[in-house]
Design a protein around this ligand. Structure first.
Ligand code: PEP
Length: 249
């Protein structure tokens, strides 16, 4: 059965020392609690090896990976390099990567293949911008993102993917999708997966919600039958904000 997951996305925040302190503090806080979900922190590349070495029940992921295997791609970080740090996850297709770095569905397909080939679990992000939501096109958009990047995968490989629905208009804006909006599109995403891979694969796929998720709204969002947790940006940068989201399960 699918897992409940709370994943942090630190984005381009924290120096290495600050990051180590944050991850260590989170681990210490979790040592005293029983959690009912998997906890992942997706963190800057340069933090990966150090932090993977100090956490135990918190898993570590990268925020991106290259769409090439290796070679003359100055400044890029490959999936193999990420895996060699001890990281287990990688965010692929975050809306900030799509918008600011021109990452297309085709590029994200390559990244996903490389992540899987190197034993990383992709946290694959999908979601519509405000104009698309206002035009009622959100289902069409997420279906296109999923099908163009992921639907050439075998059912076995698709089964390794975590999906994160993040309405772009809700990321970092303080606006959250309503509980009903989140459930409606999560159910549509699961139905889309079922249409391609069948009900069992769809039922086993964790679909996270992301977009201004916080201690105040996590419980009601996670109570939706098709919302299996959250991808958390801003609130993952402070232990006292991130812990209550984990405890919402
Ligand atoms: C994100 O960046 O994935 C995100 C959901 O950010 P925030 O929680 O800050 O809206």
């Amino acid at each position: 059965m699918r897992k409940n997951i709370v994943a942090g996305n630190w984005k381009m925040n924290t120096t290495l020392q600050e990051g180590i302190a944050l991850a260590y503090g989170l681990q210490v806080a979790l040592n005293e609690k029983k959690t009912n979900c998997d906890v992942i922190i997706c963190i800057p590349f340069i933090h990966l090896a150090s932090i993977a070495g100090i956490v135990q029940t918190v898993s570590v992921g990268a925020e991106n990976c290259a769409d090439k295997t290796s070679g003359a791609y100055t400044g890029e970080v490959s999936a193999a390099m990420i895996a060699s740090t001890g990281a287990k996850y990688v965010i692929i297709g975050h809306s900030e990567r799509r918008a600011y770095y021109g990452e297309s569905n085709a590029i994200l397909k390559e990244k996903t293949l490389l992540a899987l080939a190197n034993g990383l679990t992709p946290i694959f992000c999908i979601g519509e911008v405000l104009e698309e939501r206002e035009a009622g096109k959100q289902n069409e958009i997420v279906k296109k993102q999923i099908s163009e990047s992921l639907f050439d995968l075998s059912a076995e490989d698709f089964g390794k993917i975590i999906l994160a629905y993040e309405p772009v208009w809700a990321i970092g804006t303080g606006k959250t999708a309503t509980v009903a909006q989140a459930q409606e599109i999560h159910a549509f995403i699961r139905q889309t997966v079922a249409g391609k891979y069948g009900k069992t694969v769809a039922d086993n796929t964790s679909i996270l919600y992301g977009g201004s998720c916080n201690a105040g709204n996590a419980k009601e969002l996670f109570a939706n039958p098709d919302v299996d947790g959250g991808l958390i940006g801003g609130a993952s940068l402070a232990i006292d904000k991130f812990l209550p989201i984990i405890e919402a399960f």
